[in-house]
Design a protein around this ligand. Structure first.
Ligand code: SAH
Ligand code: SF4
Ligand code: F3S
Length: 448
């Protein structure tokens, strides 16, 4: 189906990296039928919000925006507004009643139908598509990525874990992995496109399973690392219960797989983890951390924490603080618990912790983690690190910003380096969130 009008679209993306990757897929699908990418939302004929439903403020976050777009539609009658991603998948047609500005809705497995939805929307029918398609991995679509140094590759979608607090299994459906061959084709296109970093994505990436060839995640990761020897390889998110020995060895052996594992723990208390249905206790988690640290020298760990989950007592909260002190994560995403309609916790557990207690506990967690992160950055002063230059720093055109393979941001003097180069940097200073240092030269050979 070709659209001859050349109407333009603009996508505004919220939420996780998977949504960013999906926006590149949507862009490819729409461009393929003749729509153009608009430079800004003011110019666009179609505005699409790609949304996240994971925490309570999901709807509030887009309410203002949809009100603003309602105003914009009064000025430009032909403007079409669509909502994609996890919020419409969660709320379904209710969204059409809540927001008169919306012309169409599309859940995460339905993006191939967007050209039809758009025609239907232009005819004023307010179409909505929410089917889960277990076979849909968007294999064969060449995502239209933003320019840059790094590229995301969603290798699996959905989640079978059913953590009690989490809406993702309801917004993304059951796990479905992209066939091995399709991932490798995409990796080759990324290498040809000159990218320097590849991030393999999945809600639970280490449960990747190639149905035809029987490959698991470690095997996929090894193959990607060999196919793209000039790129850094990252992956996220890993579920602690699915970190295999083979995966740890794969990271340890491959020079281009980054020594960074995002390992969400959620809570430091086994009792709370049980209620969360995480499938492991805190001792098993500690064992996994010990294994990673012993096999991958200098590995950086980051995590997610939820404060104030149902039934969390002071001693459970203390256990989380103890874990943070002990593991010394490089960084953490920290939230207080918010019940999400439809989840097991929302249905069966009482939200016992008062909001002010949740907030206080969260603040204690944040304060502690910030001091741990700052301490780790301070310890890096004086070391020489390899930084993949990403872009000009916001403060000065004479400086570049990039990341170490442990995912720390580093600002340094540009010298001969350009974005995409791997640069040796002597760390001279640490602020509470970034490192800065002196350019010691571009590394001529990449990883191969
Ligand atoms: N797949 C990833 C997480 C996806 S959601 C994983 O398994 O770790 C990202 C993070 O949001 C979660 O790790 C959790 O810390 C947080 N989160 C999810 N649901 C939440 C809720 N109801 N309230 C507060 N935080 C939540
Ligand atoms: Fe949600 Fe748990 Fe699946 Fe992560 S593993 S997406 S937290 S259900
Ligand atoms: Fe949010 Fe959906 Fe990602 S709920 S975290 S955008 S999978």
């Amino acid at each position: 189906m070709k659209n001859e009008t050349g109407r333009s679209f603009y996508i505004n993306t919220f939420g996780c990296q998977m949504n960013l990757a999906d926006s590149s897929i949507i862009t490819a699908i729409l461009r393929d039928v003749g729509y153009r990418v608009a430079g800004s939302e003011e110019e666009a004929d179609i505005v699409i919000l790609n949304t996240c439903a994971v925490r309570e403020n999901a709807v509030e976050r887009i309410t203002h925006y949809l009100q603003f777009l309602r105003g914009a539609k009064k000025r430009k009658k032909s403007l079409l507004v669509g909502v994609a991603g996890c919020v419409p998948q969660h709320l379904k047609r209710e969204m059409l009643e809540m927001f008169p500005a919306i012309d169409f809705l599309a859940g995460p497995d339905t993006y191939r139908t967007l050209p039809v939805l758009l025609q239907d929307a232009a005819a004023g029918n307010r179409p909505a598509a929410f089917d889960f398609r277990i076979e849909e991995t968007y294999a064969g679509i060449d995502p239209q990525r933003p320019e840059g140094v790094g590229a995301f590759v969603p290798v699996m979608r959905g989640c079978n874990n059913m953590c009690a607090f989490c809406v993702v299994p309801f917004t993304r459906g059951r796990e479905h992995s992209q066939p091995f061959g399709a991932v490798m084709d995409e990796v080759r296109r990324i290498v040809d496109g000159g990218y320097r970093e590849i991030t393999l994505l999945g809600q639970n990436v280490n449960s990747y399973a190639d149905l035809e060839g029987g490959r698991d995640f470690a095997s996929l990761l090894r193959a990607v690392s060999m196919e793209a020897p000039g790129c850094r390889i990252r992956f996220t998110t890993s579920h602690p219960k699915d970190i295999s020995r083979d995966l740890v060895e794969t990271i340890a052996e491959s020079r281009n797989i980054c020594s960074h594992v995002h390992l969400p723990v959620q809570s430091g208390s086994t009792r709370v983890l049980g209620r969360m249905n995480r499938g492991h206790g805190i001792e098993e988690y500690r064992d996994t951390v010990a294994l990673l640290r012993s096999r991958i020298p200098g590995v950086s760990l980051t995590t997610d924490i939820i404060a104030g989950f149902c039934g969390e007592e002071d001693e459970d909260h203390e256990a989380t603080l103890t874990l943070l002190r002990e593991v010394r994560y490089d960084a953490a995403f920290m939230f207080y618990y918010s019940p999400r309609p439809g989840t097991a916790a929302w249905k069966t557990l009482e939200d016992t912790v008062p909001l002010e207690v949740k907030k206080r506990r969260l603040q204690e967690i944040i304060d502690l983690q910030l001091s741990v992160s700052a301490g780790l950055l301070q310890e890096a002063v004086g070391s020489v690190v390899e930084v993949l230059a990403e872009s000009e720093s916001r403060r000065s055109a004479e400086q570049l910003i990039g990341r170490t393979q442990t995912n720390r941001a580093v600002v340094f003097d540009r010298g001969e380096a350009r974005p995409g180069d791997l640069v040796r940097v002597l760390i001279s200073k640490a602020s509470s969130v970034t490192l800065s240092g002196v350019n010691k030269g571009v590394l001529p050979v990449f990883y191969s």
